[in-house]
Write a protein that binds this ligand. Sequence first.
Ligand SMILES: Nc1ncnc2c1ncn2[C@@H]1O[C@H](COP(=O)(O)OP(=O)(O)O)[C@@H](O)[C@H]1O
Ligand SMILES: [Mg+2]
Length: 407
Amino acid sequence: MNNNILSFKENFTNTKDSKSFYIKKISLKNFRNHKNLNLNLKNSSILIYGGNGSGKTNILEAISLLNQGKGLRKANIENFLNQEKICDNSLKTWGINVDFVSPNGKFNIGTGLKKTGTNKSRIAKLNSNYTPLSSLGEILNISWITPQLCVLILSSMNEKRRFIDRLTMSIDSLHLNRVYKYDKLFRQRNKILMQPNSDEKWLDTIESQISELSVAIIARRLDLLEELENLYKIEFKNNHLTKHFPAVSIIINGKIEKLLEEKPALEVEDYVKSELKKSRFNYDLFVPGPNNSLIEIFNRIDNKNLDISSTGEQKLILISIILSHARLLNDKFNMAPILLLDDIIEHLDNKHRKALFLEVSRHNAQSWFTSTSKDAFAGYPSFIDKINLQNIKENFDGNYHFRYGDI
Ligand SMILES: Nc1ncnc2c1ncn2[C@@H]1O[C@H](COP(=O)(O)OP(=O)(O)O)[C@@H](O)[C@H]1O
Ligand SMILES: [Mg+2]
């Protein structure tokens, strides 16, 4: 292997921006277009650059799978498998392995595809021991923003809810489990209702669980929004608001949300249960639940709704949410999230680019940027490790070791 990959530039002195939460090593095996990629990193921010299709987003997607969920592309587990290996039965699996460092210690996290018979599932390991995917959120949090996410959030209320659910997962690692279980039970209930003689007792049990989950999911979302609201008040009072990214307010409206303001959770559960029972054979009846909540996102400065903002403004608003959520996790829970910023810099004007760089360089966890070129990052205010992906794959056999300076 070429030696200069490990060469040092002695004049490098800037260590004050080093991060407390960072990925020290990441290995991808048969993951999308990366058959074998190994990156050894430092506790600094990272830029992955290279031409279109070189696999930049795929790396960020792999990192997004270090939390529960379908990752930043919302893909199915089979789609991650490198297509070129598909003919070779013994290699029909993919995997991601990461050494993660935080003030709580060093962890090895692995996730990948497991097949048992015809069943395929994503499994996780923590320090070589199997662990539920939901427990990864106790070790590290991942947060991301991509151009596709901006479009999706605007196009559907369901995507807005999923966005809020992902943010909520970082204050309660079981939140997504509840969301998945709720959806599964609801589908089960519909199936039972389709049968000619529905089992009433079974329906009672399922509806009782659905009611509990409905209230728990909505209550946790409201908790997150309250935490964000409190953070805003503190930052406003202390004059700590970021100038260039508009402060945002998020409102959730729904029947259960309203009732939770006035009644104890148990009473609200009983109400949901009775509504579900009423709606059993009346499909037109509205069933209150977390999939009916209406989410509205406002710019606090001009009180403009996200939906009617310009595409440029919408990006700033979403960046603002991700950044304030990151500050919340850092300040209140002492756990800064790894930020994944896919193709974001190109879409910002100079002023906002600088502001984002400044925010991110102060952020206490590693941030990952992607770009087609490194030029826009020349003015980055602290050290950023610039990784030329094409060069790593072509000349270094997919192995990259951190070094000061460019290859
Ligand atoms: N399962 C897969 N197996 C092999 N290649 C894949 C798979 N999924 C996606 N790719 C390819 O990976 C390449 C890189 O994708 P991406 O990471 O989005 O590129 P970039 O972000 O650098 O533009 C694309 O050419 C895409 O077709
Ligand atoms: Mg990309």
